[in-house]
Design a protein around this ligand. Structure first.
Ligand code: SF4
Ligand code: SF4
Length: 371
């Protein structure tokens, strides 16, 4: 490569120049050549939205502020020779961003395309809210070490590779609670985790042949860019890798059950939590808790529900269990004999509230007066 133009992030007295001034110097230098070395001094937004007819290469040798490569454009390559601060690759839409040291929080936040390669570990909220457009290549995040908490939250199509080499947090290379709300993309990882990934958003698997080929095709370039080619053999052991893949909407739908019936809630939660179903039992154990007949059952009711199929609309019962689900006293049960079924209400439990009649989509239940 030709000799770079050098831009300093400090003035003749060694004082830091503002980020905006550095950005203007970079844009002016691009008129003379596309290879620039920046002796930065903590400036922000280095490499933001640079584009030209020829590929652009920006090398950064000093301290890096926030948003390195923010809104990076295709054809731009930004290389930080050391670590970087928050939000590397924020809103990146195509740049290659290489950080040879660690990076802090928010790496690749809301990135749509391009690649970010980290030669160390990263902080929390990496690869969050990516927004991949299927017309373009997927955004990629490569991390040599480990990632922080809430990784890949709302990831939408991004691919991450977390190598687990010299991780900042050995024992949990993916941090706490990765993949919450992830709807697309996948994450290769290697090393121990705490197992807290969101199981209703992602599923774990061994890399299949296609996934493994994808990884191995790209791994040498990653290691070369971060200056660690000697790790290729270590990172080529397939049995050490796992993949977290975003679940499809169909897979998620299978996880969802219908609403819990009142009877099930009472049996599984209420009665188990409160002794004999009484939330005050520990405070007043000797109190008489026999039912006070304000709400009556049995013969004291004025009406009782009757199940007749077909119902008033001339349509048969749909067997949808809705009446059984909403009944506040769990009085309704489904009964079956000789391939026929029906729903009955237990007079000793029914309080004649009429919910079963009201919810039935085909008017099977009606309330009959009692003498
Ligand atoms: S009237 Fe009310 S209490 Fe009786 S069976 Fe119907 S929903 Fe249950
Ligand atoms: S709500 Fe109506 S249709 Fe559904 S199971 Fe009950 S009686 Fe049948």
């Amino acid at each position: 490569m030709s000799t770079p133009q050098v831009i300093k992030g400090f003035d003749a007295q060694g004082r830091r120049i503002p980020s905006k001034d550095l950005d203007e110097l970079i844009r002016a230098a691009l008129k003379s050549g596309n290879y620039i070395r920046i002796e930065s001094y903590g400036q922000h937004n280095i490499g933001c939205r640079l584009h030209g007819d020829e590929p652009i290469t920006i090398e950064v040798t000093g301290p890096v502020g926030q948003r390195l490569g923010a809104m990076g454009m295709p054809g731009t390559t930004i290389i930080s020779e050391g670590p970087a601060s928050d939000d590397v690759g924020w809103l990146n839409i195509g740049a290659d961003i290489i950080v040879k040291g660690d990076a802090t929080n928010g790496v690749c936040n809301a990135m749509a395309a391009g690649r970010v390669m980290i030669g160390g570990s990263i902080g929390s909220r990496g690869l969050t809210m990516t927004k991949w457009n299927p017309e373009y290549d997927r955004p990629e995040l490569w991390v040599l070490g480990s990632v922080g908490d809430t990784f890949a939250e709302f990831n939408c199509g991004g691919v991450a590779v977390v190598c687990g080499v010299e991780p900042k947090r050995p024992g949990t290379v993916l941090g706490y609670r990765p993949c919450v709300g992830m709807v697309g993309g996948w994450i290769y990882y290697r090393g121990e985790t705490d197992g807290t990934y969101a199981r209703n958003s992602a599923r774990e698997q061994e890399p299949d042949d296609v996934q493994w080929q994808w990884l191995m095709d790209r791994m040498p370039e990653f290691l070369d860019k971060i200056g660690r080619p000697e790790l290729l053999e270590t990172l080529s052991r397939r049995e050490e890798w796992k993949v977290l893949v975003a679940m499809t909407p169909q897979e998620k739908a299978k996880l969802l059950k219908g609403p819990m019936s009142m009877a099930e809630f009472r049996r599984e939660h209420w009665d188990k939590t409160f002794k004999n179903g009484d939330p005050l039992a520990d405070l007043a154990p000797d109190l008489d808790r026999s039912p006070i007949p304000v709400i009556v059952t049995g013969e004291l009711r004025r009406k009782k529900p009757v199940w007749t199929s077909p119902g008033a609309q001339g349509k048969p019962c749909r067997d949808c269990h809705l009446c059984e689900t909403v009944c506040p006293t769990a009085a309704i049960s489904r009964q079956e004999s000789d391939e026929r079924f029906g729903y009955v209400s237990n007079d000793d439990k029914c309080i004649a509230c009429g919910f079963c009649r009201d919810v039935c989509p085909v008017s099977i239940w009606h309330m009959e007066p009692l003498p």
